[in-house]
Write a protein that binds this ligand. Sequence first.
Ligand SMILES: Cc1ncc(COP(=O)(O)O)c(C=O)c1O
Length: 392
Amino acid sequence: MNLSQASQQRLELLAQDSGKRVLLPCPLNQRALDFSSNDYLCLAQRGDIVEAGHECAKKYGAGATGSRLLSGNLDCFEELESQVAQFKNAEAALVFSSGYQANASGLAALLDKTLWSGAEPLVFTDRLNHASLHHACQLAGVKQIRFRHNDMAHLAELLSKHQESTHPKIIVSETVFGMEGDLLPIESLATIALQHKAVVYLDEAHATGIWGPEGRGLGAIQHPAIDALKTLGHWVIMGTFSKAVGVSGAYIACSEIFKQYLVNRCTGFVYSTAPSPFIIGAVGKALEIIPGMNTERSALHTAADTLRERVHDLGFDTGLSNTHIVPLVVGSNVACLELKADLQQAGIRTSAVRPPTVPPNAARVRLALNTGHTFAVYEQLLHALASWKVSA
Ligand SMILES: Cc1ncc(COP(=O)(O)O)c(C=O)c1O
C-alpha cells in the first residue's frame, strides 16, 4: 500500500463515523456572526494592535532569523517577557511561537526525569486536558495519573495514595476548559498542591484576557496557597496570545531559575526560530490594552449567562459551562454536524467538536462568545437554534 492509498483508507474510516474534517473558507465580512473564533475581545482586527505589530516589524524585521540562542534574541523579546511577567504577577516569562509548542515542549521539559535527578515524576492530569498537554506527557514518556474532570477530592485522593513516594509530583490542568467552558477551582487545587508539595502547571489559553483580575488569568489571583507555591517556584503558568489576545504565540510564566532551565532544555525553545517581531509588537500592545477592558469582560460574562438561560429554555444541554464558552452538547457526531450545518445555513459559523477532542457520545457545537456579538446576533442565533429543535 502506498501513502496515498493509506491516507485514503484512513480518511474513509474517519468519514464513516462523521469524524472527517474539512477546511472551510472563513470570509472576513462574516465575522459578526462567527461563534467559532477564539478572538474573545475582538482584538485581532484592532488598528492600534496591527499598527504596533507593523512598527515592531519595521524596526526588527519580518523574521527573527534564528533561535533565541543563536541570532534571534532581539531586544523586543526581552521587553515582552518582562511585560508578560508583570501581567501575570510572576517572576519571569518565556515566549513561544504557539501554545501547542509551549505545552508540548515546555511541559515535557518539566516532566523530563533528568531535571529530577533521574526520578520519574508522578503526573496528575485532568481527564479533559487539551491534546498538547497529553502530547507533552507522551514526549516525556511519563504515565498520566488522571483525575476526574475538575474533581479536587479525586485529585487529593490520588495524591494521598502516593504520599510516601519521594518522586516529584506535578499537577497539570487548564484553568478555563476550552471544550467544556468551565472554570478550574484554582484555590482548592493550589491548597491541595501545597499540602502534597506538588508542582502546578496550568494552561490559561482560554482564561488569558478574560478571567482573573483585569483579565490576567486565574493564576494571577492572590491566595495564600498560590503565594506559597510561587515562593517555592512551584507555580508554572502557560497561556496563549492566540485567543483573547488576538495575535498568536504563547508564554510560560514561572520563576527566573525555571525560565533559565527552559532556555537550556526546552526543545521547542532551543530548536525553533523565535516568533516574528510583528507578533511581539502586536502582543505587547494588546497586553497594554487588556487590563483596561473590565467593562467589556463583564458584558461578555452577562451575555454568556443570558445565552445559557435562553438555550436551556429551548431544551439544549450546555454541560458544565459557566464561562464565555458555551457548548451545545448533542451527543452523536451526526446530530452535531446537522446542527452546525443548519446554523451555517442561517449564516452563523460555529465549531462542531467531536471525539476524540471530547469524550465519546459528547459531540457538541461549541459557541465561543466575543465582545463584538450584538443583541441582534444573539437573537438570530436563538432563532436558528429554536428552528433546529423543532425540526430535530
Ligand atoms: C487549552 C489549550 N491549550 C493550548 C492550545 C494551543 O494553543 P495555540 O493555538 O496557540 O497553539 C489550545 C488551542 O486550541 C488550547 O485550547
